[in-house]
Design a protein around this ligand. Structure first.
Ligand code: ADP
Ligand code: MG
Length: 240
């Protein structure tokens, strides 16, 4: 993919995005003016030391928060102009989330966990079909009725990926999705990202500390102290 692939028709873009937090009279500048653009089927890895603003960036991309200054636009709409309710609905239609710790509900089976985000939709038949199809595609067609504690770590993460896709999102946001998995299992997760990017055009943005995940991405965003830095500079700072 061309390095500037995200320049044309991005799903979401940010211009000079600043995010500040104020706690106890202290101002923390978590993002100091970053630009980003995520195009359909992009695969972007966000790397950087602890405290550099990775989660803050993911929260903005996931419409969980709005910038202090600068614009975040989702298909042209400034997210700061949306009400909380509009933002919640837009998030549900647009964004899927995957986390390091899976966050499956222990009392629900695999297929019920995948159905969770659609529970209030009152379309149980279609929801069951979509959930079953997704679990088959992640290789768990024979584990539909298993509970999370009957599944391996890699299987749990595959259930979580199926769940993240149940509402046909445009972007999948993943925070350390391979952090609790061995290399082979992590590779399987990367294969799934590739499949869903190709088959559903879903973009993947992942925070990662795993070099093999960053190597597999189309682009790497290096965050240092709230700013995007070139890769070599980031590597130099990271080693001090
Ligand atoms: P990373 O995910 O790269 O570790 P974060 O985005 O979580 O970094 O944090 C960036 C900076 O913003 C840190 O200095 C952190 O302490 C601060 N920060 C993050 N969230 C909050 C918050 N809700 N309130 C105050 N400070 C925060
Ligand atoms: Mg973080």
């Amino acid at each position: 993919m061309a390095p500037n692939a995200s320049d044309d028709a991005p799903i979401i873009r940010g211009d000079d995005v600043v995010k500040e937090y104020e706690t106890g009279g202290q101002l923390v500048r978590a993002l100091k003016g970053v630009d980003f653009g995520i195009a359909p089927a992009d695969f972007v890895a966000v790397v950087g030391p602890s405290g550099s603003g990775k989660s803050t960036l993911l929260n903005l991309l996931g419409l969980l928060d709005v910038p202090t200054r600068g614009d975040v636009r989702l298909r042209g709409t400034d997210v700061a102009t949306l009400s909380d309710r509009e933002r919640t609905n837009t998030r549900k239609d647009t964004i899927g989330f995957v986390f390091q710790s899976f966050y499956l509900i222990p009392t629900l089976t695999a297929v019920e966990n995948v159905e969770m985000p659609r529970m209030l939709d009152r379309t149980p038949k279609r929801t069951r079909e979509r959930a079953t199809d997704l679990l088959e595609r992640v290789g768990l067609g024979d584990r539909l009725d298993h509970y999370p504690d009957e599944l391996s770590g890699g299987q749990k993460q595959r259930v979580a990926i199926a769940r993240s896709l149940v509402n046909d999102p445009d972007i999948l946001l993943a925070d350390e999705p391979t952090g609790n998995l061995d290399r082979d299992t992590g590779d399987r997760i990367l294969d799934l990202f590739d499949e869903f990017r190709a088959e559903e055009d879903v973009a993947v943005v992942t925070v990662t500390h795993d070099a093999y995940v960053a190597d597999a991405a189309d682009r790497v965003v290096n965050l240092i102290d709230g700013e995007v830095r070139p890769a070599d500079e980031a590597a130099a700072e990271g080693s001090t």
